[in-house]
Structure formats: C-alpha cells, structure tokens
Write a protein that binds this ligand. Structure first.
Ligand code: COA
Length: 249
C-alpha cells in the first residue's frame, strides 16, 4: 500500500480525504483505515482546520472493507486501524462533508451516518451486505440508521441487505441531496463549504455539538458492542465462506 491510496490535501481551512484506489472500487485496507483515522484525528486537533471533506472517485465512493485484506489482517485487536477509524469518526468535532458517486458499500455507507452534509449522484448505489457476508452492522449503524432513517427501513437495509439509490437515501434522510452528476455533487459540496467557512466557527461547532448531544456516549458504546459481535462473526464459517466466494468469483 502506498500513501496515495488515500490522498490528503489541505486548502486553507479545509482538509480533503480522498479514496484513491479506483481499480478496487476504493475498497479499504488496514493501511487506508489508519490514514483515514490519522487524517481525521489530526484535523480535529489542528485549530487552523475548520472542515473535512471525504470524497471518492467518479466511478466509486468506497466498496467497503477490502475482503482480501480482511482475511489476511482480521481486525481482532482493539487498536486495529478499523476501530481507530470508527472511533475517530465519533470523536470528530468539526463539520464533515461527503460526496458519493458509484458504489458505497459497508463502511462506505455507514461512515456517512457520521457526516453532517452528504450529496450523492444518480450513479450512487448504497449497500450494507453484512448479513450476506455472515457479519453484523458496524460504525454504530445499528443505532444510527433506525434513528436517522426509521426502524423498518433499517431492517430492509441492514437485515435484508437491500441495495438502494440516492433518491431513496435522500427520502429516508441518510443523505441531504440526490443529484444527477458527479459535477453537481462537487458543486454542492463547494457551496456547503463556502457557506460554512463564512459562518462564525464557534457557532457552527456549538450547533453541531448540540445537534449530536442526544447521542453523546451512545455511539461509541454501540460501536464497541457491535465490534465485539463483528469480531466473533468474522471467525465464523459463514463469513469465511462468503469472503472466499467473493474473492473466487
Ligand atoms: N474487497 C476487495 N476487493 C474488492 C472489493 C472489496 N470489498 N470490492 C471490489 N473489489 C475489487 C474486485 O475484486 C475487482 O478486482 P479485480 O479487478 O482485480 O477483479 C475490482 O475491485 C472491481 O470490482 P468489480 O466487482 O469488478 O466492480 P463492479 O462495479 O462490478 O462492482 C461492487 C462493484 C462494489 C458492487 C462489487 O465489487 C462488490 O460487491 N464488492 C464487495 C463489496 C463488499 O462486500 N464489501 C464489504 C462490505 S463489509
């Protein structure tokens, strides 16, 4: 893995973290999780940073955990980069914006629950195939999807693993707006960014904190609870067989 699988760029007060592994639909390896975790934690600590954007490529946002890397480096230890990234998402205190084109699978969808503003194009396909993979939800999605999108929809998405598009994601409140093209997604992100940067930063931060206060502590606790189940299921015959089936397609 080279650092270039996650590109971190800084433009004034804005940090952009971009998935850059388009040939693998931006599937995330352990090294990439570490770069994402470090990118978020560093931006959180740096007083000059006011906003972080997470983007992918025009053909893929993120295909979730790299299943081959997952078999080789299962995240059994608590300090594994997978869990570090999830905890960094929960601990992040500044506006977090994402733009989605193409597949957003597993963590590619669940990370959006932690973003403040999300735009997606008509090419976006969201999927949470945890049960088909013999796994269970992560990133506190078992808490946040029922809360943000409703229990029945959460059941379709998380238990049945049904895929959905940007229009459905917008309708049920997973994203802010469903647009047509990747260009429109970029424009929308630029508009949000420009607006946020003009507002008094302390007010923006205070508002974000208040909006999320109801989840204080619950998100990290659910991530930990989910993680214990996920780690156990990862060792199961069902998960091992599902991973091999994907890799041997
Ligand atoms: N782990 C490892 N490799 C992955 C991957 C993943 N999660 N997702 C995609 N890739 C690889 C494919 O193996 C393929 O590699 P190859 O060109 O060397 O054969 C390449 O990325 C392109 O993927 P492909 O399946 O051909 O693209 P597609 O546009 O037909 O489908 C997806 C895209 C994302 C829908 C499909 O790749 C997929 O379902 N991936 C698995 C998603 C998943 O289960 N993630 C884990 C969630 S916990």
């Amino acid at each position: 893995m080279s650092q270039s699988n996650i590109i971190k760029s800084i433009d004034g007060a804005v940090v952009t973290l971009q998935f850059n592994r388009a040939d693998k639909k931006n599937a995330i390896t352990a090294d990439m999780y570490q770069l994402l975790a470090d990118g978020l934690n560093d931006a959180n600590k740096d007083p000059s940073v006011k906003l972080v954007k997470i983007i992918g490529a025009d053909n893929a946002f993120c295909a979730g955990n790299d299943l081959s890397d997952f078999l080789k480096n299962p995240p059994h230890e608590d300090d594994n980069p997978v869990w570090q990234f999830l905890f960094a998402l929960d601990a992040f205190e500044k506006p977090l914006i994402a733009g989605v084109n193409g597949p957003a699978v597993g963590i590619g969808t669940t990370l959006l629950l932690h973003c403040d503003l999300v735009a997606a194009s008509s090419s976006a396909v969201f999927a949470l195939p945890f049960t088909a993979l013999g796994l269970s939800p992560e990133a506190a999605s078992s808490l946040l999807i029922p809360k943000q999108c409703g229990l029945k929809k959460a059941t379709e998405w998380l238990m049945l693993g049904e895929r959905f598009n940007a229009a459905e994601a917008e309708k049920f409140g997973l994203i802010n707006c469903a647009l047509e093209t990747p260009e429109q997604v970029s424009e929308q992100i630029e508009k949000w960014q420009a607006k946020l940067l003009k507002l008094p930063f302390e007010s923006v931060m205070a508002t974000r904190k208040l909006l999320r206060q109801v989840d204080d502590g619950n998100v990290k606790a659910r991530m930990t609870q989910e993680g214990d189940i996920f780690k156990r299921l990862l060792k199961s015959d069902a998960a091992q067989a599902a991973f091999q089936a994907f890799l041997n397609r």
